[in-house]
Design a protein around this ligand. Structure first.
Ligand SMILES: C[S@@+](CC[C@H](N)C(=O)[O-])C[C@H]1O[C@@H](n2cnc3c(N)ncnc32)[C@H](O)[C@@H]1O
Length: 214
């Protein structure tokens, strides 16, 4: 889905600069502009409510959610991505609260979202478990956490390491799973075929974590 470049830094400012640079590498958009297939499949039948899109990128998921009745807050650390997302939302007629910031340092209200969606997130473990727990705490009782990651792929992992990025430094599905504790019922935690992958992508398997707050 994307290439990682350069040495990683975990400070929010450095992260933002790295992601901005990555987005700026392309004059046009970096992602397909289509919502992620797994999100659409998992959410289409739900009753819309307040939703949070974590690491929303150029906004296709948030726009799709808004068009389907969700009251969407979408956050990304990259200003370039948020600008593109905001621009894309106007012709789409989608009303989204766009936030440029670090998800793990943004004080969202606890238990305020019916859906917290994390599609291919890149949240550094260095931010600490407490920050990730606070994010999980934003899911309302009865609400859904949907976290989707690229499937296990040794070749890609080695490629990323060769670029100075170790996936082990980022909060993965297994890490989230361990933090859910007794507060959530895990409905799905599995490798699954990617639904409606963008043409030409090498990433055709996902790790999906779907959990409902008790
Ligand atoms: C792999 S992209 C996925 C984008 C989008 N969810 C999608 O599926 O197309 C990861 C996104 O997370 C954003 N990101 C990285 N760290 C973040 C953080 N701490 N808080 C918010 N967004 C972050 C990046 O800027 C990037 O847009």
């Amino acid at each position: 889905m994307h290439e990682h470049h350069g040495v990683q830094h975990f400070g929010a400012t450095a992260q933002a600069a790295e992601w901005d640079a990555r987005y700026r590498e392309r004059d046009g958009t970096m992602w397909s502009g289509r919502p992620n297939g797994r999100l659409v499949a998992e959410v289409a039948a739900l009753t819309p409510g307040p939703g949070l899109d974590v690491g929303c990128g150029e906004g296709a998921d948030a726009i799709w959610l808004a068009q389907h009745g969700w009251t969407v807050t979408a956050i990304d650390i990259s200003e370039v991505a948020i600008c593109r997302a905001r621009e894309a939302s106007h012709p789409a007629g989608a009303s989204v609260e766009w936030i440029c910031g670090d998800t793990l340092q943004t004080p969202f209200t606890a238990r305020s979202f019916d859906l917290v969606s994390m599609q291919y997130p890149a949240l550094p473990k260095a931010a600490g478990e407490a920050a990730v727990r606070r994010l999980l705490d934003t899911v309302r009782p009865g609400g859904l956490l949907l976290a989707v990651y690229h499937g296990p792929d040794d070749e890609h992992r080695e490629h990323m390491k060769s670029q100075g990025v170790d996936p082990a430094d980022y909060v993965g599905a297994d890490d989230l799973f361990l933090l859910l504790g007794d507060h959530f019922t895990v409905e799905l935690h599995a490798v699954a075929p990617r639904i409606d992958p963008p043409p030409g992508t090498p990433h055709i398997a996902d790790v999906v974590l779907r959990a409902r707050r008790r």
